[in-house]
Design a protein around this ligand. Structure first.
Ligand SMILES: [Zn+2]
Length: 395
């Protein structure tokens, strides 16, 4: 990657980052299930190389240290926090990749511009206790994203205190959503959903909210280069207890980035790459001020998330019932990860979630049911679980 030229537009820069990603991604991260201890190990290197300054932001409910990383010494501050929900690690991986890029390319125009114009405040893995269990909630079973007002969890207090102390101009609230959300009423899976959260019921557009919309529009413009038709807008109803909405209200122009799903990307490595490109490009464009030129309709015209997707659909299968005529149905199946209590290994378990005319639904995988022998009513039942094994037929 050349360090001399100034990228002419966000899309061109994004393309460059996308193409060279393999050089900068943190290769130690190979699965989305990683622990706090592993993350600390990866981050240690950046601290030792003096890429970032790290200080404890506080401790989790169970006493795990939650670091606040600082990069750059510019006037404008941007706060980025990820994995407030323990089982939503995609952006955490991307943040590590981004720091790896800064470490390897200290003289690149993107690194230099961000370092000089911005101060990045990064809290990766805000919920390490949840991450340890790969669960959404805190050790107490609290959704930290509904604790912005009561501040009962130490993790919520850490985020609130950091926002209060630095009063950052920009905020990035980084999550993973249901991987089966679709773009509006289409069958296209949502790769990434974006939102400039509302700060009240009336969705008042203050200058700060408008600025957030410009950042969201920049993010959409960048990702459109790679996944056009796979971007959605997250539900914009005001949630008085959530962090995104409150941080917005406290004056930080905040966007929510929700990583969704992608075919054959259970470990979310492609979505991690999209996050990396989207975040790095958006931060660069915030640093240059060019984000203000992003066309708002790129964000405002994004359809909201819909839900028209199953993991697998068996189309037009024949089903026989005792005492009833044979009928033709589509079978919708979702596949979940389950921990085997015996050895802790992750297994995939399929579950029949719908039967009937599923013509308005899409799927990551479609099976032609007319090519398989008629199934019995015993085989095709709502809620029935199915063994999912590579190379093995579902029925
Ligand atoms: Zn979340």
């Amino acid at each position: 990657m050349t360090a001399s030229t100034t990228p002419s537009d966000p899309a061109a820069l994004a393309r460059e980052l996308f193409e060279n990603y393999d050089r900068y991604k943190k290769t130690e991260i190979t699965t989305r299930r990683f622990t706090h201890a592993e993350l600390m190990q990866w981050l240690k290197q950046f601290e030792e190389q003096k890429v970032v300054e790290s200080s404890p932001a506080g401790k989790s409910g169970e006493g795990r240290m939650i670091p606040l990383l600082k990069f750059g010494n510019g006037q404008t501050k941007a706060l980025l926090w990820s994995q407030m929900h323990g089982d939503e690690p995609t952006a955490t991986m991307a943040l590590v990749d981004m720091l790896n890029f800064f470490a390897q390319e200290p003289d690149h125009v993107v690194t230099k511009t961000i370092r000089e114009k911005l101060t990045l405040l990064i809290i990766p893995m805000l919920n390490p206790d949840g991450a340890e269990r790969f669960q959404r909630r805190s050790v107490h079973g609290i959704d930290i994203n509904r604790d912005a007002l009561r501040l009962q969890t130490s993790e919520a207090r850490i985020l609130k205190a950091t926002q209060e102390k630095y009063k950052p101009e920009f905020g990035f609230n980084l999550h993973d959503q249901d991987p089966r959300y679709t773009v509006g009423s289409s069958k296209n899976v949502t790769a990434i959903a974006l939102l400039a959260p509302s700060l009240d019921e009336k969705k008042t557009e203050t200058p700060s909210v408008k600025r957030a919309k410009h950042v969201a529009a920049t993010f959409a413009e960048v990702l459109n280069v790679f996944v056009q038709g796979h971007l959605a807008r997250y539900d914009d109803a005001f949630e008085p207890r959530a962090f995104g909405d409150n941080v917005q209200k406290w004056g930080t122009s905040t966007i929510l980035v929700e990583s969704g799903g992608w075919k054959d990307d259970r470990e979310k490595m492609f979505l991690r790459k999209l996050n990396y490109v989207g975040l790095l490009t958006s931060l660069y464009v915030i640093a240059t001020g060019a984000y203000q030129e992003a066309k708002l309709e790129l964000y405002e015209r994004l359809p909201f998330n819909g839900k028209n997707l199953y993991d697998v659909i068996v189309r037009r299968a024949k089903v026989t019932q005792k005492n009833a005529p044979e009928i033709t149905v589509d079978i919708g199946i979702n596949v979940e990860e389950q921990k085997d209590p015996a050895n802790g290994n992750i297994q995939l378990v399929g579950k029949i979630v719908d039967i009937g005319d599923l013509s308005s639904y899409g799927a990551f995988e479609e099976i032609d049911g007319s090519q398989i022998p008629a199934l019995t009513g015993e085989q095709v039942k709502l809620e029935k679980t199915l063994t999912v094994e590579k190379g093995k037929k579902l029925f």
